[in-house]
Design a protein around this ligand. Structure first.
Ligand code: ADP
Length: 496
């Protein structure tokens, strides 16, 4: 029995192999699809222009504001950029009342958001606030003062928007439990600005911010050395990336005004939908089932193989397949545990048999446990999945499958990142400078060796190779919606 468990596990693990050859095929197709997205609308990789035409180098200075409407919470902060790659951040967070997520009018939600900005200003920037109100009431306000005392604000709005200017964008649809039909098609920056103005706050909504662009900016400001950052990437619940593209490569029409002098623009790739047509992406029976049973079959196909929301589910489907295989014994029968002989069994209501019942964080536990006894993993199998008294062999089978899926995700991530590095030409343009990538999200932050596995795949990539891989640095940038959004407000201000 034990032998066949090992063999059957190996068979499943092999299904998740993503060879060097696959990486290269993936990169070629990624480059093809990203260039197609630069030429026309309606392609797999959307390549959305962001109107942000430069990234910071760490010397930027000033006091800016940022707000973030992402899901459960609304965050307000002010950021003091010190001009030496450091910053000071003041921050507050409030839960969004459920009834406002499904309010009748946009005004109810956006009025609430403006109110939170007012509370924040009164608490943390009273002087600034009072001065503004005083000047507003006085007819003798010196010319230009009003502008100077205005806070420029970056608005991170993590819902699908059609952007048509650095601070203009209309809502395409609500997601994540929000449903206010009145907002669809409206400019969300204008909605927020109107409510801010009704409260007479000294705040200008200067920029609409996508979280990947925020990550890119935050990293570029804080990155060590003089290098600016090429890519901002998120590997969390979902996955996406933004990067700096040459304007000459952006051949589709861009409405609205932007600064053409830099010759560059940050592009939000929306790479989660890379290869929705499955030209090159792997498609095991588990991937296919996950997609089929999802709320959006055929969509976000790359994301469904890479991000935190989905990896646990792929592991679950593969492990259940092994559990149901009558030729092997997994999580059944007698096992040797620390307490002697026990019977392995699975508690009622275990997440192992429920869709989305296995959180990707368990994969990090599996990857981190390299002890012969796998005690930590067995403990977590018990507490997270109610798998009681799992044997070492059981835990090993679980670990091998989870590790294979994690490794495939990292190598797929390398396809997207490597494709962009090659597209940028930066490895060739300079001989020894580093190509910097800012990354955010629990997967890249906490999954053991995620970045090393990406780097391994870079080594095998034509156009990068071992030498190139050495020159690509991935740094964690955790504050995209705070300092990143503030930096975009600064860029917007300079554009005026
Ligand atoms: P978000 O992307 O929503 O801002 P996170 O970056 O924290 O938030 O990502 C959350 C996702 O990451 C969830 O899908 C969760 O299952 C997964 N996750 C959380 N912790 C870990 C971990 N240690 N290892 C792997 N995945 C994790």
């Amino acid at each position: 029995m034990a032998n066949s468990l090992g063999e059957e596990t190996k068979r499943i693990v092999a299904q998740f192999d993503y060879t060097d050859d696959d990486v290269n095929k993936g990169v070629r197709e990624f480059l093809r699809q990203m260039n197609e997205g630069l030429q026309k609308d309606g392609t797999s990789i959307s390549q959305i222009p962001t109107y942000v035409t430069g990234v910071p180098d760490g010397t930027e200075k000033g006091l800016y504001m940022a707000v973030d409407l992402g899901g459960t919470n609304f965050r307000v902060c002010s950021v003091h950029l010190n001009g030496d790659t450091t910053f000071n951040l003041t921050y507050s967070k409030v839960a969004i009342p459920k009834e406002l997520m499904v309010a009748k009018t946009s005004k109810e939600l956006f009025g609430f958001l403006a109110k939170q900005i007012e509370i924040f200003l009164k608490k943390h920037h009273e002087e600034h606030f009072e001065a503004h109100v005083h000047r507003r009431k006085s007819s003798k306000a010196p010319e230009g003062y009003e502008e100077e005392s205005m806070f420029q604000l970056g608005f991170t709005f993590s819902f699908p928007v059609q952007q048509f200017g650095i601070n203009k964008g209309s809502l395409i649809r609500w997601t994540k439990g929000f449903d206010i039909p009145d907002t669809i098609g409206k400019d969300v920056c204008a909605l927020l600005q109107d409510e801010i103005d009704l409260l007479h706050l000294p705040v200008k909504v200067a920029a609409l911010v996508n979280d990947t662009v925020g990550t890119l900016m935050a990293r570029s400001y804080a990155a060590p050395g003089k290098t600016t950052t090429l890519i901002g990437a998120i590997f969390g619940t979902g996955t996406n990336g933004a990067y700096v593209e040459k304007i000459t490569n952006l051949q589709k029409s861009v409405d609205g005004k932007y600064d053409k002098s830099t010759g560059e623009m940050v592009i939000n790739t929306e790479w989660g939908s890379f290869d929705n047509q499955l030209n090159v992406l792997p498609n095991t029976q588990y991937d296919a089932k996950l997609d089929q049973d999802s709320v959006n079959p055929g969509i976000q196909i790359f994301e469904k193989r890479v991000s935190g929301m989905f990896l646990g589910e792929i592991v679950r489907l593969a492990v259940v397949n092994l559990y149901e295989n009558t030729n092997v014994s997994l999580f059944k029968g007698a096992s040797n545990t620390n307490d002697g002989q026990s019977t392995t069994h699975i508690g009622d209501g275990s997440g192992l048999f429920q869709q989305w019942g296995l959180d990707s964080s368990l994969m990090s536990v599996a990857a981190a446990d390299t002890t012969p006894e796998l005690s930590t993993l067995r403990q977590e199998l018990d507490s997270q999945l109610q798998i009681r008294s799992a044997s070492v062999e059981d835990a090993q089978a679980f670990k091998d499958i989870a590790d294979a899926i994690g490794r495939r995700a990292a190598r797929l991530s390398a396809v997207a990142l490597g494709g962009i590095v090659i597209q940028s030409g930066r490895l060739k343009e300079t001989k020894d400078e580093l190509v910097d990538i800012g990354a955010d999200g629990s997967l890249v932050e906490y999954y053991p060796h995620f970045r090393e596995m990406i780097s391994e795949a870079f080594k095998a990539t034509e156009g990068i190779g071992a030498e190139g891989a050495e020159r690509i640095r991935i740094g964690i940038a955790t504050d995209g919606s705070g300092v990143g959004a503030a930096l975009i407000a600064l860029v917007a201000e300079r554009m005026e």
